[in-house]
Write a protein that binds this ligand. Sequence first.
Ligand code: HEM
Length: 430
Amino acid sequence: MTGPLDASAAPSLPAHFLFGHLPRRRRDPLGMYLESAEKLGGFTRFRFLGKSLYLVTEPDGIQRVLVENAKNYVKGFGYAAMKTVMGEGLVTAEGKTWQEQRRRCQPAFHSKRLEELLPTMNALIEESVAAWGAQPDFDLFRASLALSRRIAARALLSVDSSVDSFDELIPVLQREVSRRSLALVNFRLPFKTARERAFDDALVKLDAFVYAQIRQRRASTGRKVDLLQDLLDKYSVEEELQLRDALVTLFLAAYETTATSLTWILFLVAQHPEAAEAIAAEKDGQVFTRQVVEEGMRLYPAVWLFARKAVEDDVLAGYRVSAGSFVLISPWVNHRLTRFWENPGAFRPERFSPANRPSIPRHAFLPFSAGPRQCIGAGFAMMELVAMVSAVVRRYHLELRSPLPPQFDPLITLQPKDGMKLKLTPRRSA
Ligand code: HEM
């Protein structure tokens, strides 16, 4: 009997003798990963600057990494940069620290708690979306980022990010974290660049803002309906740093992912007037709107790729993976493989109808990941996206102004390059 093959024998796309797959990764990462899995199978190898990484798309392999043997796979790649802002929050922490944060944050995401947030969320959405129509040269991506920031700030801290200066800090921090965590090599110059100084400055201001919110709330006797209120009782006064990390992490994990998803979903709706009409006609339950949201996240998953590092040797999809190896999981790829989806490039919300959903193969759809480290905000995000899509489509006819096919900026989230231009025309009944 033969044992598992060594991972170094896994199939691999043709590569440059010296730079490996780096040139293609720079030019076309989405196409490269998809082609590799489509042509070569469920476990494929990449080489970047002498380092090997493995893309796992095969469901049993993903199950092993994210669920069965999840303890063996830590977040290795690019997370050091995130820690500079998020600290030891849920996204970046490991082991006991992570477990402790997850245990304390989880109750705040209970569906009952989320429902309490919905009325204020809806009011903010209506107010923001009503102002969209008046903007000349409307950029949906910018508007979605602002809206999502506003909702996150309200849901977490009961502050209005559109008036608080903290709204300007977030993009500075997010951009620099994205740049640092995606760089394969971090050169450090002996002096700070203007960008690094702006980053340091934004971080100091963000901390001051968050700590002030925490202290004010502790000093106040009234209770508010937000996540800070839920978390306040779970962290002692001595644990202010942990509470700060939890809040900043939730904010950053929530806002860009949701805004990117909203942008792509409405980009699709703008091209499918029949779907727009069905959404606008929907009264209660919003069953169809939800299917459109899911189909949008299938075609354009905001988190298109994430990585893990093996702590000890393991066997994945028939290959022996040694300790220290990097494993990649890509919602973008799994959402578009022809072995999982019929005509994967087509927009078909009915794939997610109650009748069809059970036939979706395991891990063929994983916009929020899976297992113990799956997105804690999945329920929150779905509720928010359904409310936002519904509010926009009920109010406006959407017309795409950006050229097709769309151009991507695959950073930590899958962003549209050069924004997303739409023309909004008020519906007569709005
Ligand atoms: C459409 C919107 C969203 C998408 C597509 C998304 C996707 C994801 C994915 C794929 C992960 C796993 C990443 C990894 O393991 O490397 C994750 C983790 C996480 N997400 Fe989300 N997310 C969204 C919205 C939110 C929201 C609204 C919140 C909070 C309010 C949130 C909070 C988190 C946190 C805290 C984690 C880390 C969980 C842990 O490791 O225990 N996300 N998200």
